[in-house]
Ligand binder design. Structure first.
Ligand SMILES: [Zn+2]
Length: 249
């Protein structure tokens, strides 16, 4: 199968014991893996992974759940500008209303989110968005923005997914599709043209450590839901990812 994992964190500690062999298996089984940065150090680590492995691409971002303690937004903007030609997008960025409840911090999340959206417009880079429990607000903020959008691990309502697709956004279907009715409903609603696969590895694999090749299982599951061949699902989602991120297949 031709598979792209459009959202993974192979730099996370969970791979410290065997990162080399995980990456080797990815090299054998995957067309590409997009490693998503979350803070200054993780952005550096993403860049290094991309530098060392031709099939790994990096996006650089600021994770909205770090809002209270991470004050390095200026430095992250610099990282993005300095590496504009080496990265395939800005992310993850966005809003998280699950972990961040207070108005004060939500407002600050929003300011930072808008700042990175404007940077993406300026640099003409796609954005990879974290939207946990804040999908509606994210859609409001995106209105009128001239930017290519991937809603990573989208868990909003199927109706909101439809609205997003109408605007030309792409829905990141994670390995949650293997066990979440909500995500299965979203897959039923959204056309294959608007879906990319992702793991959010090391997370979202029913308690076990996730890994990029598990998107193959997602392709099988999506093929059941949509009544299309798994190979076709893999091929279509890989084409979608390649187009958005400018990957060379
Ligand atoms: Zn993530």
């Amino acid at each position: 199968m031709q598979l792209v994992d459009t959202h993974a964190h192979l730099d996370f500690d969970q791979y410290d014991g065997d990162r080399g062999s995980v990456i080797e298996r990815c090299r054998e089984e995957m067309v590409a893996v997009v490693n998503s940065g979350t803070n200054v150090e993780r952005n550096e680590a993403s860049l290094e992974l991309a530098e060392e492995n031709d099939f790994i691409q990096a996006t650089l971002g600021f994770h909205p759940t770090y809002i209270k303690e991470d004050k390095s937004v200026d430095r992250i903007e610099e990282q993005i500008r300095d590496n504009e030609d080496r990265i395939v997008g800005i992310g993850e960025i966005g809003l998280d209303y699950h972990h961040v409840q207070e108005d004060k911090w939500r407002e600050e999340q929003e300011e930072i989110f808008i700042r990175f959206l404007e940077l993406a417009e300026e640099l003409q880079l796609p954005v990879v968005l974290h939207t946990r429990d804040a999908e509606k607000r994210v859609m409001e903020i995106l209105e009128g923005k001239d930017v290519e959008v991937i809603l990573h691990t989208f868990n909003g309502s199927p109706e909101l997914a439809e609205a997003a697709v109408e605007r030309g956004y792409t829905i990141g279907v994670s390995t949650q599709v293997l066990y979440s009715n909500r995500v299965q409903d979203i897959v039923e609603t959204v056309p294959l043209d608007s879906i990319v696969l992702e793991t959010d590895a090391p997370f979202l694999y029913q308690g076990d450590r996730n890994a990029p090749w598990n998107v193959g299982e997602s392709a099988e599951k999506i093929s059941e839901i949509k009544g299309e061949g798994a190979e076709d699902v893999a091929k279509a989602t890989t084409e979608n990812a390649s187009e958005i991120f400018g990957l060379e297949p």
